[in-house]
Design a protein around this ligand. Structure first.
Ligand SMILES: [Zn+2]
Length: 188
């Protein structure tokens, strides 16, 4: 599947910047992570109940720290489900599939390019420098699978078809985590 990466990146950033993080969002994410989410721009994906699942973080954190993981998974149930898949050794399977399937390789490379285009658009609008993170996406992209949390976050933020491995993780964990079915344990 081929998509217009620049157009999709711009549309995603438009949607993100149209709804900046509220104080309540930041408070909920702080409790999800157990730390203050520095540089959080907006919630990139929400549970059907409205709680944040993944956040968008700016390319340069306050204090000038470069931050490449623009889409960051915060929903505790999603984090836990992705950790279970990693602990079951499934990442090796994904890496093997990636090594053997040229179509998957192309789709995964496109996910990497979309990630970079999205961050570049965000950096441009926020006037952040990408000097120290240029060409770096997340999760091992474009040729390895190293962190399922990062890939799942991209799938949740950018929707089906954006990241083929993230989509596979989402499908695999749906009995444990599904953005369309609230299983949130965190209180408001
Ligand atoms: Zn929920």
């Amino acid at each position: 599947m081929t998509i217009d990466i620049d157009a999709k990146a711009k549309a995603l950033v438009d949607a993100i910047l149209a709804e900046p993080a509220t104080d309540h969002d930041i408070d909920v994410v702080q409790r999800q992570l157990g730390r203050y989410p520095r540089g959080m721009v907006a919630v990139g994906a929400r549970c059907v109940c409205g709680r944040p699942l993944a956040v968008i973080t700016r390319p340069v954190l306050p204090g000038g720290i470069p931050f490449p993981t623009t889409c960051y998974l915060t929903g505790p149930e999603a984090v836990k489900a992705a950790s279970h898949v990693e602990a079951a050794g499934i990442m090796q399977q994904y890496n093997d599939m990636l090594g053997a399937d040229e179509e998957l390789q192309a789709a995964y490379r496109q996910a990497h390019e979309l990630y970079l285009a999205f961050r570049h658009e965000l950096a441009t609008r926020l006037d952040d420098s990408e000097e120290h993170i240029e060409g770096t996406s997340a999760g091992g992209m474009p040729v390895r699978v190293k962190c399922l949390h990062a890939l799942l976050a991209q799938s949740l933020v950018m929707g089906p078809g954006a990241n083929p491995i993230g989509d596979m993780v989402l499908e695999r964990i749906k009995d444990e985590f599904d953005p369309a079915l609230c299983r949130c344990s965190l209180e408001d």
